[in-house]
Structure formats: C-alpha cells, structure tokens
Ligand binder design. Structure first.
Ligand code: TLP
Length: 342
C-alpha cells in the first residue's frame, strides 16, 4: 500500500518507500571521503553501468551535481552555452558565476531543445578579445519547457556541434529516466550524447536525498575534489546511498504511471475550463486558471479545501505527478475541483 502524498508542487516531495527505509537501516557503512563506504561505492558503480560511463559520484543534490560537473569541465573566465530557461541558468543561485567565474551564453530553445545552428553561432571564435567557450549544457527532461523529453536525435544534434568544436557536453538529467520512459528508449541511448550527466535520485525515483553524476574517470576525479571543496564529503553516506540503489534498480518503470496520471490530470482540467499550457509528455502539467476567472489565491484556497498542496503564482501553476499520487487520487482531485468551480 503506497502512502498517499497529495502534493502537486514537485516530485521532490516524494517520501522513501518502506524498502528504502529498510535499506538505509541495514546499509553497510564506511567513511566515503576515504572511499570506504561500500554502499556508496556500489551506487556509484551501478549508476556508471546504467549510463555506460566510466565512473560515478554520489552528490548531495541536483544543484551540487550540476555545479561540480560544470566546474570539472571549465576554467575561470570561460563561457558556457545553456538554454535560456534551463535550471542551471535560472534556478541554481548563479553558482556558475560565483563558483566558476563563468560567463553564460543563453539560447532560446524550441520546447527546451537548442537548435544546432543556434549553438554553433553562439560558440566564440578564437580571438584575443573573447572568452573561451568550453561547455554546452543540455537539460532532459526540460523542466520549464513542460517536462519535455528530448529525443536521442535532438541530443545528438547538440552533441555533434559540441564535439565538432572540441567542447564538453554536460547533461542536466535530473529527470533523464522520465525522458527515457516517455520515449520508450534505453537511457543509454540518451546518455551516449553527453560527457557528464547529473541524475536526481530524490525526484520521481523517490530517494529521500541525493543525486549522482556519471562520466569519464578524469572528470569524475575532478568533480570529486570540487564536491569536497563544497562540503559534500559525506562520511557514512551509505545511509542515504542505499535508497538510491533502489531508485536506480526498482523505481524507474513506475514513472510510466506518473506520466499516465499527468495526462489524465491535464485532460480533466481542460474539461473544467482550465488551460493546459504544455505538451504533457512526462509528469508535469503547467496550467493557467485565468479562463475560469481564478487568481492564485482562489486556486490555493481551493486546493487546501480538498486536501491538496499546490501553489499558484499569478494565474498559473505547475502540477507534478509522482510516487504517492495514484489514478484514484487524480480523479478525486478533479471531482473536488469540479465542485468548487461549479
Ligand atoms: N528542480 C526543482 C526546483 O528547483 C525548481 C523542481 O521542483 O523542479 N535540474 C533540474 C532540471 C531540476 O528541476 C532541479 C530541481 C535541479 C536540477 C536541482 O535539483 P536539487 O533540487 O536536488 O538541487
């Protein structure tokens, strides 16, 4: 029986499964700064294997995983290319500027995908006046574009431009398994078009804490040093890595349920007169409730009344489906909303 978690704010709110709690309790531990924690070592090896990369690194969060990866790829003063609504650019506290002293060159994507010609045009020529372009960052699924799954062809198009120009490619794959499941492809098919990948364990995969980074050994060695610098040397971290192993080995296939539930939710909301703003491919539904004349306050009050957490801003919000929300819950949410809208 899945513990209910009626919270649409994000898939970061998921609770660990009973099996994860048990795994934490029983995890074999050691000091991970000395590389002595067998559970962390196992998680890192499993992650590297799944993505077809040389090495893995367990990190505290998606933000830390992106930070250590970007730092490993770059030198102070470089310029990096990102999609203009990417999480690294918008939502990571300007870490690339503060920690890496990097310049950001942003590109307006098409549903999260940067057109290869735009990437090519953004790469700096070798000129004494210019910074060096060293990295392209891609996000899949693309959160702000609506949880859009970039296809292997789209990934390859960015990879080809990066490699023709000797640039690194970092994938913010916070929800890369959502993309693989939605597209029906092995995650390796997407992973092959990146040097490094950040993967969140604590979103749809339900681990309580943590992300991992995978990539070539030299970049992972460097990322490990940056992780230590940022205070991410976690000692007996097997306690939190153990649930991550379950995330990678047992929680991927069920993401299809979240995607199906998001589609049911989107269709139901449309019937209630609410506008769905995105193409619902994975677990995110972006809505605008102005067509029914509601403000954020009306939305928020209505959600509280029917026992859900969701936070509107202006006249819109993002609803995310995840472990702890089942089809019957979506139906009862739509029922409750229907009654309040009248
Ligand atoms: N995203 C969170 C918020 O920060 C917006 C969410 O609720 O979606 N990459 C992507 C694509 C993300 O969506 C997130 C988190 C991260 C990285 C950062 O992960 P954490 O929160 O573990 O630092």
């Amino acid at each position: 029986m899945v513990e209910k978690n009626l919270d649409f704010r994000s898939d970061t709110v998921t609770w660990p499964t009973p099996e994860m709690r048990e795994a934490s309790y029983k995890a074999k531990l050691g000091d991970d700064v000395y590389r002595d924690d067998p559970t962390v070592n196992e998680l890192e090896a499993i992650g590297a294997e799944i993505f077809g990369k040389e090495a893995g690194l367990f990190v505290t969060s998606g933000t830390q995983g992106n930070a250590v990866s970007v730092l490993a790829h770059t030198q102070r003063g470089d310029e990096i290319i990102l999609e203009e609504r990417s999480h690294i650019y918008v939502n990571e506290v300007g870490g690339l500027a503060v920690m890496g002293q990097l310049m950001a060159r942003t590109i307006k994507g098409e549903k999260g995908w940067m057109r290869p010609d735009d990437v090519r045009a953004a790469i700096r020529a070798d000129n004494i006046h210019y910074p060096r372009t060293s990295l392209v960052c891609v996000e899949n699924t693309h959160n702000s574009a609506g949880g859009i799954a970039l296809t292997p062809e789209q990934m390859k198009s960015n990879w080809d431009v990066a490699k023709e120009n000797d640039l690194g490619l970092h994938l913010d794959g916070a929800r890369i398994f959502n993309a693989a499941v939605a597209l029906g492809v092995d995650v390796k098919k997407l992973a092959q078009y990146s040097d490094t990948i950040q993967i969140c364990l604590s979103k749809g995969l339900s681990a309580p804490i943590g992300s991992m980074v995978v990539g070539p050994q030299d970049l992972m060695n460097s990322a490990r040093k940056y992780r230590k610098m940022l205070g991410g040397g976690m000692r007996q971290a097997g306690i939190i890595a153990a649930p991550g192993i379950i995330s990678l080995t047992k929680m991927v296939d069920r993401l299809a349920d979240d995607h199906r539930n998001a589609k049911i939710l989107a269709e139901g909301l449309k019937k209630l007169g609410i506008k769905v703003l995105n193409d619902v491919q994975t677990n995110m539904v972006y809505v605008d409730f102005s067509p029914i004349g509601w403000t954020a306050e009306d939305w928020n009050t209505a959600c509280v009344k029917i026992g859900w957490k969701s936070r509107g801003r202006g006249t819109s919000t993002r609803l995310v489906t995840h472990y702890g929300i089942e089809e019957e819950d979506i139906k009862s949410f739509l029922d409750g909303m229907g009654k309040l809208i009248g």
